[in-house]
Design a protein around this ligand. Structure first.
Ligand SMILES: NC(=O)c1ccc[n+]([C@@H]2O[C@H](COP(=O)([O-])OP(=O)(O)OC[C@H]3O[C@@H](n4cnc5c(N)ncnc54)[C@H](O)[C@@H]3O)[C@@H](O)[C@H]2O)c1
Ligand SMILES: *[C@@H]1O[C@H](CO)[C@@H](O)[C@H](O)[C@H]1NC(C)=O
Ligand SMILES: *[C@@H]1O[C@H](CO)[C@@H](O)[C@H](O)[C@H]1NC(C)=O
Ligand SMILES: *[C@@H]1O[C@H](CO)[C@@H](O)[C@H](O)[C@H]1NC(C)=O
Ligand SMILES: *[C@@H]1O[C@H](CO)[C@@H](O)[C@H](O)[C@H]1NC(C)=O
Ligand SMILES: *[C@@H]1O[C@H](CO)[C@@H](O)[C@H](O)[C@H]1NC(C)=O
Ligand SMILES: *[C@@H]1O[C@H](CO)[C@@H](O)[C@H](O)[C@H]1NC(C)=O
Ligand SMILES: *[C@@H]1O[C@H](CO)[C@@H](O)[C@H](O)[C@H]1NC(C)=O
Ligand SMILES: *[C@@H]1O[C@H](CO)[C@@H](O)[C@H](O)[C@H]1NC(C)=O
Length: 724
């Protein structure tokens, strides 16, 4: 770790340049903090030093406090791993030091990085550097004095906005706001910063301590009004997140009792928040998203992803056109192949519509939309396939159709071309049966709408080569998807894990629990909509098709609910026709439709599972557990069968594929917080009363008995697979 260090060079001008070096983002690890203190002490004590310039190596100031340290603290529960920065380093050593400091900012100054910069007496930045305090996205608040200094530098309103939204600004805007004293070309940054530091030391420029300023804060009543509005907004947008309200409290403390009191309160609150479930969940999700792109025997064997310049998509249906849209937005040239002019036109229209929709919502400029569209070519034959690097087939689920497509494209496409299918029900080996290209065949499962949803499931067979997987992962990243590499099973990682989610909700509905209450409990937990509204949104045709597939694959744990069928028979089809469990009217929020209640009664009569013919009595907590524990149970089966590479991949998949709340860390992480023993005992109890739907899996049982977290990697001795 020789390159993790802080260096100091003292020039003839009397300026000590202290440089942070911890690639790639110069994260502030404890050893960096300790080294910074040491260099600062030396600078303050040396007679030949008049002033300090603080900077980061390789064009980046600092990305902030090292997130891996948060994870260590979460695992150990020991706060002593967190260094004393806010008082000891920033206030006492830097801001109140006897020599002035100037921050020379390039690239990024985020989180703790920006907080160090604000502890300096001036900040000079290169153009387009990112400046922000994103700590709330990790479940904490700025902890090195940022809650106090940012409002004092740029005013309360903008400072509160920057902290609560976690959105960064560029140096140019920072300059206008007063966060940055000057923006200068990168090549002059150090020179200007040195001169500026000397100017302060020699009193040609003011020596300003951010924490002591009050000139930009506004009056107490103005501040209170801004904070009141922010509190109300956070209540709506961040209902389950403690860090938003406490951040506002800490800001207020500093305005009422002074910046230094604010810094002290900030330190106390920070320590409480670090140990919160929210922070544990958010930090886990952040690091899990980085871990997901490491695939053993694929990304660690020296292979390099090949460049994918041109892609062909076969089938311009809803899924195909979504995939094309995503590819075009990723600056990739696409050929869309359809079977006739009419379908081709329709596909092209959908793609144009997708792009226009993004422009309307301000997510894309008109110019970029046109450029994207110019990369698209329509085709009715395979002549354009001669030089494609990847084909994604997205036609209807038909074995002979897919087989003939694959044997044809094998002949025309270049020998390196990856052949991907979006199939879910047809075995990929069957799809590729008539080819000699089994190593290049792979599954690509997008979530609908494909140009919006962030997750991409990459399905490998035993024959898929590492290079093929690596290349498809690279394409996924280019088009801003998070690829999760999985092995095949019914529903792949996300639908498989979450099939009991809908099922559990239907069990409860048939046990007499109000469906609207069920939805409310789930959305209060943090999913965007409950299971019944989700069915409304997906459409009942999809619900029927998907549940049939699972019933066939997992008959031992499928609950046959007649409810959706009854709804269809009564003329309902969810949001599609405005009539589902809810009433959907343009311009108003979905309203519970009480006229479904007789239909639910009919379903209850048919299933006849209520123990004494009476609705069961359950608490909201019971409801949550009866819906989510079966999901955890299925996740356990996926882990046991090796569907994903590691448990945290299922966490990412659940967050990005099902919108499971990221602040709960994903399904497996959440389960481990709740405790495998409790989950096992509950499922076992319910399975005795309500049947095999709840029966705990072998994997869960074993982990619960041995007290091993579900997320722990399988050891060969305990894997039930290896014994079979
Ligand atoms: N210390 C902090 O408060 C902090 C630091 C970085 C990122 N975040 C936030 O986490 C969220 C997720 O980021 P993303 O994945 O969308 O974007 P991303 O992948 O671009 O990462 C965002 C930033 O994370 C930083 N980063 C990465 N690894 C780090 C580490 N080990 N220690 C410190 N910083 C590291 C980098 O500065 C990078 O610019 C973002 O909102 C980001 O702002 C918070
Ligand atoms: C941090 O250091 C300062 C000064 O050295 C000290 O007063 C303060 O108590 C320390 N805080 C903590 C939490 O250790
Ligand atoms: C990686 O490949 C080697 C050799 O083929 C094999 O022994 C090992 O089990 C593989 N590792 C994983 C994690 O698949
Ligand atoms: C594959 O694409 C076709 C055409 O758009 C679509 O009908 C089908 O549902 C898709 N399959 C999956 C599993 O998404
Ligand atoms: C997009 O691709 C073109 C040509 O393939 C290339 O010249 C251009 O730099 C790319 N743009 C971006 C933003 O990657
Ligand atoms: C995945 O596995 C299921 C069940 O074994 C099988 O029916 C299906 O065809 C397979 N799908 C793919 C894409 O290989
Ligand atoms: C794939 O390989 C695994 C492990 O070697 C094996 O258990 C499985 O049966 C194989 N699947 C197929 C479809 O051959
Ligand atoms: C997953 O479920 C969604 C909707 O619930 C459905 O549209 C999609 O086809 C399913 N995909 C797979 C691979 O089962
Ligand atoms: C964290 O979450 C678990 C599971 O929901 C809960 O039992 C525990 O009390 C929570 N801890 C805190 C500090 O909120």
């Amino acid at each position: 770790m020789a390159n993790v260090r802080v260096t100091m060079e003292v020039g003839n001008d009397g300026v000590a340049v202290i440089k942070i070096s911890n690639p790639p983002v110069n994260a502030l690890a404890p050893i960096i903090i300790a080294a910074l203190k040491e260099k600062y002490k030396e600078a303050m004590n040396r007679d030949d030093v008049k002033a300090v310039v603080l900077m980061g190596e390789k064009g980046r100031f600092s990305g902030g406090f090292d997130i891996n340290v948060f994870q260590k603290v979460h695992k150990s529960g020991d706060l002593s791993a967190l260094p004393n920065v806010s008082v000891d380093l920033v206030v006492n050593t830097m801001e109140d030091g006897k020599k002035p400091s100037v921050a020379a900012i390039e690239g990024l100054a985020l989180g703790g990085g920006l907080e160090l910069a604000m502890g300096c007496h001036a900040r000079i930045a290169a153009p387009k550097a990112q400046l922000g305090l994103p700590e709330l996205t990790l479940g904490v608040i700025p902890g090195f004095g940022g809650t106090q200094r940012l409002p004092r530098l740029i005013g309360m309103k903008k400072a509160v906005e920057m902290m609560l939204t976690s959105k960064p600004i560029m140096s140019e805007e920072g300059n206008k706001l007063g966060l940055i004293d000057a923006v200068v070309p990168s090549g002059e940054l150090l020179k200007v910063a040195r001169a500026w530091a000397l100017d302060i030391a020699e009193k040609r420029k003011p020596w300003i301590s951010s924490l002591r300023r009050t000139d930009r804060l506004g009056s107490l009543s103005e501040v209170r009004e801004i904070l009141k509005v922010a509190r109300q907004q956070a209540k709506r947008t961040a209902a389950n997140l403690p860090q938003h309200q406490t951040c506002i409290d800490v800001i207020e403390e500093g305005v009422v009792f002074g910046g230094y009191s604010g810094v002290l309160k900030e330190a106390i609150v920070f320590n409480d928040l670090v140990l919160s479930n929210t922070s544990k969940g958010l930090v886990h999700t952040f690091l899990a998203q980085r871990a997901i792109s490491k695939i053993p025997n694929v990304t660690d064997i020296g292979l390099k992803p090949r460049q994918i310049k041109k892609v062909a998509v076969i089938g311009g249906g809803l899924m195909g056109s979504g995939i094309v849209t995503a590819l075009l937005l990723g600056n990739i040239s696409v050929v869309l192949k359809e079977i006739n002019t009419e379908y081709l036109q329709k596909g092209m229209k959908t793609i144009e519509g997708n792009l226009r929709g993004l422009v309307t919502r301000g997510k894309l400029t008109q110019d970029k939309a046109e450029k994207a569209l110019s990369r698209l070519k329509g085709a009715l034959d395979y002549s354009e396939f001669k030089n494609v690097d990847l084909v994604i087939e997205a036609v209807i689920e038909s074995v002979p159709l897919k087989q003939s497509i694959f044997s044809e494209i094998e002949k025309i496409c270049p020998p390196h071309c990856i052949l991907a299918s979006n199939t879910s029900t047809i075995d990929l080996n069957t799809v590729g049966e008539k080819t000699n290209a089994k190593d290049r065949i792979v599954g690509a499962h997008f979530f609908s709408p494909a140009h919006v949803m962030p997750l991409l499931e990459i399905i490998r067979t035993n024959n898929t080569s590492p290079q093929t997987i690596l290349d498809l992962m690279a394409v996924g990243k280019t088009i801003k998807k998070v690829p999760v590499v999985v092995r095949n099973c019914t529903g792949f990682a996300v639908n498989r894990t979450f099939f009991p989610y809908t099922q559990g909700a239907h069990v409860l509905a048939n046990l007499g629990v109000d469906v609207f209450r069920l939805d409310r409990v789930i959305s209060n937990f943090g999913l965007p909509v409950g299971p019944f509204q989700l069915q409304d949104l997906a459409g009942y045709g999809v619900a029927m098709a998907v549940s049939k597939e699972f019933a066939a694959s997992f008959p031992d744990r499928t609950f046959q609910s007649p409810l959706v069928d009854l709804l269809i028979k009564s003329g309902r089809n969810g949001k599609n026709n405005g009539k589902g469990y809810y009433i959907y009217e343009k311009g108003s929020k979905p309203k519970p439709d009480l006229s479904v209640l007789p239909i639910i009664k009919e379903s209850i009569r048919i299933t006849n599972i209520m123990p004494d013919g009476k609705p069961i009595s359950v608490s909201d907590q019971d409801i949550l557990e009866m819906i989510l524990f079966p999901v955890v149970n299925e996740a356990c089966r996926c882990l046991d069968e090796g569907i994903v590479v590691r448990a945290s991949d299922l966490d990412v998949a659940s967050v990005l594929g099902m919108s499971f709340p990221s602040y709960r860390g994903g399904i497996v992480f959440w389960a481990d917080l709740v405790g495998p023993q409790h989950i096992y005992t509950s499922l076992k109890k319910w399975s005795e009363v309500y049947g095999s739907f709840f029966k705990p899996s072998e994997f869960l049982e074993k982990r619960a008995m041995k007290g091993i977290p579900l997320s722990a990697p399988a050891s060969t001795s305990e894997s039930s697979r290896s014994r079979m």
